[in-house]
Design a protein around this ligand. Structure first.
Ligand code: GLV
Ligand code: MN
Ligand code: MN
Length: 420
């Protein structure tokens, strides 16, 4: 046995698995469209379970569709250390967002195996259900239910654009994976570490392969419905129209102006916009649009988010407006202890690091409320993410996996790693 499990991380294997996984939901432009609980997601889960089985990991799903692969420890009753991320993607997503954290975790567990290290605590690799919130909103569904921040009952009725519900897809998951046991929803966790691509430009600019994430900025999401009246595009006079599209645009422009920030810290995005009936000669009767609002300072996020409804009401006249807040998450800082452990693990591997905040959201946000949690970032090309062009190097991915492996050794092994 070799006590340096990280030395067994195989950069080539890790890269090839990313390319394999990218086939599940591959897009023409070289990206990935792997929606939560879709057939493509099921195929990716099956591939992960098979890879795990080949190194002796045992798999289970919980009732929220989270997938766990367990490496046994010498102390079977000890709360597990968890690592992982998500396997779902944006519709025009890349090959690395989310899946990197899952495959880096698998690589770490395989490195444990090849080094002949049996940890004291079990280590569980987890793929959280629906992090992206693209098919079913809001995102981070699986981790929020696991953490008790949302209930299973609240997510089951959520439907996608076709009217298929999370509950229907969870039942389909249970049938498709009838060979797997169902594990309890929400359990004690000793610590959680998630590896992820940075999705920003800082590490690449600094020429570093690993970032120790200091925290995650806050985010509020909303669904807005503007209701007007359908009428004939040729015959209805301006004074009589209640054009939901024009009213929605006026609301969005007003918010963009109000939230304009010379410091460029406010992130205001309308990423989804659905017009009904969406016909060229009908004045639009209703519009639904999404709002994704983020800021590192929670007090600013609260103030701006609280203005959304009033701005929409004022600027959508004469249409009616309904504003529904889908998720509310304040800024958070990961515990110093976990960050120190990640930094020590990187030092041991002679990998230089930078402390870096996360502007993107991650499942680690919800695990943070359950157990000491932290994150490891690796660079992605030009900081591009949520884009089919998303790219990363095999070397950087492997460096992150080495730091993750060495971190898991510190978190899951007693004073010295146990020998087989
Ligand atoms: C997570 O995918 C986010 O949108 O921040
Ligand atoms: Mn992600
Ligand atoms: Mn994402």
């Amino acid at each position: 046995m070799d006590t340096n499990a990280a030395a067994f991380v195989n950069a080539n294997r890790l890269w090839e698995r990313h390319m394999e996984m990218a086939r599940h939901g591959a897009t023409r432009a070289g990206g990935v469209n792997r929606q939560a609980l879709s057939n493509e997601d099921f195929a990716a889960r099956r591939a992960l379970i098979d890879w795990g089985a080949s190194i002796g990991l045992t798999a289970c799903h919980d009732a929220a569709g989270n997938l766990f692969l367990r490496l046994a420890g010498t102390d079977a009753g000890a709360a597990p250390v968890m690592t992982g991320s998500h396997m779902d993607s944006q519709p025009t997503g890349g090959k690395f967002d989310g899946i990197y954290g899952v495959l880096a975790g698998l690589e770490a567990l395989q490195a444990f195996r090849e080094a002949g290290i049996v940890p004291q605590r079990p280590i569980e690799l987890v793929a959280w259900m629906n992090e992206e919130g693209s098919r079913f909103a809001p995102g981070m569904m699986g981790s929020s239910v696991f953490a008790g921040a949302a209930t299973l009952e609240s997510i089951v009725p959520v439907t996608d654009a076709q009217g298929t519900s999370v509950g229907q897809e969870l039942r389909r998951l249970q049938v498709a994976f009838g060979d797997l046991p169902i594990c309890p929803l929400g359990r004690a966790v000793h610590a959680y570490v998630e590896a992820h691509i940075e999705q920003g430009p800082v590490l690449e600019r600094e020429g570093l392969s690993v970032g120790v994430v200091s925290g995650i900025q806050g985010k509020r999401t909303f669904a807005v419905t503007v209701t007007g009246e359908e009428s004939h595009a040729g015959t209805s006079r301006r004074a009589e129209r209640r054009d939901a599209l024009l009213c929605a645009i006026a609301s969005i422009q007003a918010m963009a102006a109000e939230f304009h920030d010379p410091e460029d810290l406010v992130r205001f995005t309308v990423g989804r916009f659905d017009v009904t009936p969406n016909a060229p000669s009908v004045v639009p009767g209703s519009v639904r649009f999404s709002i994704d609002l983020r800021h590192p300072d929670s007090s600013v996020l609260i103030r701006l988010g609280d203005e959304v409804e009033a701005i929409c009401r004022q600027h959508a006249l004469p249409c009616a407006v309904q504003v529904l807040e889908l998720s509310t998450a304040m800024s958070l800082e990961f515990p110093r202890r976990v960050r120190d452990i990640i930094r020590q693990a990187a030092n041991e591997q002679a990998i230089a690091t930078l402390d870096i905040p996360s502007a993107a959201g991650h499942d680690a946000r919800y695990l943070h409320a359950v157990c000491p949690s932290g994150m490891i970032f690796v660079p992605c090309k030009d900081g591009i993410s949520h884009n089919e062009a998303e790219s990363a190097t095999a070397q950087d991915l492997a460096d992150g996996a080495r730091v993750l492996t060495a971190t898991l050794v510190r978190l899951a092994c007693a004073d010295a790693p146990h020998r087989v």
